[in-house]
Design a protein around this ligand. Structure first.
Ligand SMILES: Nc1ncnc2c1ncn2[C@@H]1O[C@H](COP(=O)(O)OP(=O)(O)OP(=O)(O)O)[C@@H](O)[C@H]1O
Ligand SMILES: [Zn+2]
Length: 296
């Protein structure tokens, strides 16, 4: 089966062609501009390729409830032209094939559960810590949707005792994204995160916040795997610091062997690396085709 995949990010779009094994045979990337421009590139890429299904994992927030008017739309975003944009409808008008539609982070969680670090497990939580913080949730074999979709990048944090940074989230100031995303690191330390030495005190504070987010995910969702991706997580020294924080903050309360003696394989980087988002979109496309075949 020939399946199209779209990883729609706030800074760039990645489109690819793959199949049901998860192999991606072709991919292109272009900057995210006004939807009139960007969607033209997207449609041109897929035209004539014989795609039988398409999966879309996109930046949000988005409408995911088919009974609501905003289904398939990007809802509220400051990105010019995207607020209220009918993304799924635009794709459906161009291609008459089954389509999967979800957030970029839910897509990544799904891709990881199908082919990556959470393969074979019925649950995982996927965090991306990049320009923003996003959280995808896969639970009991399904991606979690509800009122809207998980927005765990904005959970409220207990402040690190030595941190006086006011926070960078325009909505909440010192939420997780406001304290730990790439722009927060840069604002707090006056240099880009990638330029901070591996032994800089920034990383202990960063691990304190990310660890706290993981603790909350463990307590609230009990996932079988926690996957941490995104630009900031390229700092590999964060992993042991975060694992230590999680153990310290949980303080033995959750008595799972994985947390106690096998935490190195519980809190991990994406098995699909930087392909998690595109592979996840591919998985959504495959699932949409299967759903249609079942008549659901
Ligand atoms: N090696 C690194 N160390 C620390 N921070 C980094 C590193 N590489 C990138 N970043 C930071 O990560 C952010 C970019 O994240 P990412 O590469 O995940 O891109 P993005 O797709 O724009 O993010 P998002 O998923 O939030 O849209 C920037 O703030 C950048 O400064
Ligand atoms: Zn926030």
């Amino acid at each position: 089966m020939i399946v199209g995949a779209i990883e729609a990010g706030g800074t760039k779009f990645v489109c690819g062609i793959g199949d049901e094994t998860g192999a991606i045979t072709e991919r292109v990337s272009f900057p995210t501009e006004h939807p009139d421009v960007t969607m033209k590139h997207v449609i041109q890429f897929f035209q004539g390729k014989g795609v039988e299904a398409i999966g879309i994992g996109t930046f949000g927030p988005i409408g995911l409830d088919p009974s609501q008017d905003d289904y398939g739309h990007v809802t509220t975003t400051p990105k010019p032209g995207w607020s209220g944009f009918d993304f799924l409808g635009t794709m459906k008008r161009a291609f008459d094939v089954p389509m999967g539609w979800d957030t970029d982070v839910n897509a990544a969680a799904y891709g990881e559960a199908k082919w990556g670090a959470a393969k074979g497990l019925d649950s995982c939580v996927y965090y991306t810590i990049g320009t923003g913080v996003g959280v995808g949730v896969y639970a009991e074999g399904k991606l979690v949707h509800g009122l809207v979709h998980p927005e765990g990048g904005h959970v409220l944090m207990r402040r690190h005792p030595e941190d006086s940074f006011e926070g960078a989230c325009p909505y909440h100031g010192d939420c997780l994204e406001g304290m730990a995303a790439g722009p927060a690191l840069e604002k707090r330390w006056q240099v880009k995160g990638s330029e901070l030495a591996a032994d800089h005190p920034a990383w202990a504070i960063e691990a304190y916040y990310i660890g706290q987010a993981v603790v909350n995910a463990v307590l609230m969702l009990s996932p079988r795997k926690v996957i941490l991706g995104g630009g900031v997580m390229h700092q590999a020294q964060l992993f042991p610091l975060i694992r230590a924080e999680v153990k310290k903050q949980l303080n033995g309360y959750v008595s799972s062997k994985q947390l106690i003696s096998d935490i190195d394989s519980y809190i991990v980087s994406p098995g699909l690396g930087d392909n998690a988002g595109l592979s996840g979109a591919l998985a959504l496309g495959i699932e949409a085709a299967a759903r249609q075949a079942r008549g659901a």
